[in-house]
Design a protein around this ligand. Sequence first.
Ligand code: PXG
Length: 444
Amino acid sequence: MPTATPESFTRSELEAYWMPFTANRQFKSKPRILAKASGMYYWTQDGRQILDAVAGLWCVNAGHGRKEIAQAVAAQLETMDYAPPFQMGHPPAFELANAVVKIAPAGLDHVFFTNSGSESVETALKIALAYQRVRGEATRTKLIGRERGYHGVGFGGISVGGISPNRKMWSATMIPGVDHLSHTHDLAKNAFSRGEPAHGANLAEELERLVTLHDASTIAAVIVEPIAGSTGVLIPPQGYLKRIREICDKHGIVLIFDEVITGFGRTGSAFAAQEFGVTPDIITAAKGLTNGCVPMGAVLVKKAIYEAFMQGPEGAIELFHGYTYSAHPTACAAGLATLAIYEREGLLTRAKTLARYWEDAAHSLQGFPHVIDIRNYGLILGLELESIPGKVGSRAFEVYSKCFERGLLTRQTGDILALSPPLIIERPQIDQIFTTLAEVLKGL
Ligand code: PXG
């Protein structure tokens, strides 16, 4: 365990690290520093125990400090630390691809490895565009995303993404030919829904409208998160994803599900695609693939897309794309050990068995001060608070800070708290989460 205490970092030492997606000045005036983790808990540098209600950042699905993963990583580093991924292979890469295919929706039989969710998104968009070309549909160059979508931070991802602060600085350099569907968040009709909200499937018809506007022959792909995570847990309305699938089929549009958050058990199935009974053509994944231990992402591709590339001279490289660390042996070892834990402990479906308890506990907060919505699916929760006029985000940040002081790690986005604990959570820990939230909300 590190020996330094927060106080031991001077302000200028804190300055050296430009922190990502962080209010750096606010943080550095009052740092929150985590130093150790095990099971469902973190410990701060000054030794306080913190219940992890966000699985790190939606990624530590099997809980912290899993010895099997640590041992697999150590063994791989000693056996072979690195192997070039271009024109070379190594056993864990093929083993992990097969292990992922085994739990993937039927038909998604091929896996391209990346190092993050953002890289998975860039890879998926490039594959979709290239696929349209190799199958003779080169005029299909447009991409459709959705408002309030988060698809990482690459230029493709921010272009199809629908979060204005992530876009405005780079507006002139975003990729051209992108359009967006409306988001599906509708508190007037769907507040306090349990599971999939009843209203909003009609919003999928916007895709038909965009097809009419641009013409199908110009549209390559649509990308959506089955459940939007980063912008505050937006659960798909009943029938919405199915309708998006139908419209994509009708018009030859590639459907990409960004499952960086929803993948690996968070909804109660291995992937949200299986949970909602809608199979996309491409899935992007990351996070839970390695239990957050080693950076890694994956793009799962359906057979017809992969096979469209496997044409022409045998010696030709079919896809000019890849990373130095694609299928890094250490990441593959972590991924294999992680998937083995998920299987052994039934974690990919555990959220289903706890979902009802989670839902009831969550909705017990209805009626608490400033709570304007509670929404849930599997082991995911979005708790929305009424914004203070002119100070959007400050109320939820106060809840987030007070929860942290009381030993609970949550995640705040705008005036929404997003929760998604490790899938090993037990009922008393669910109780602790909602008791703490109740105390904090009462004190607002
Ligand atoms: N797609 C989705 C759906 C994501 O949630 C990414 C892509 C990008 O992944 P990387 O590994 O490049 O970060 C994500 C990431 C939050 C939060 O507060 C969520 C993410 C990242 C940061 C914060 O919910 N998800």
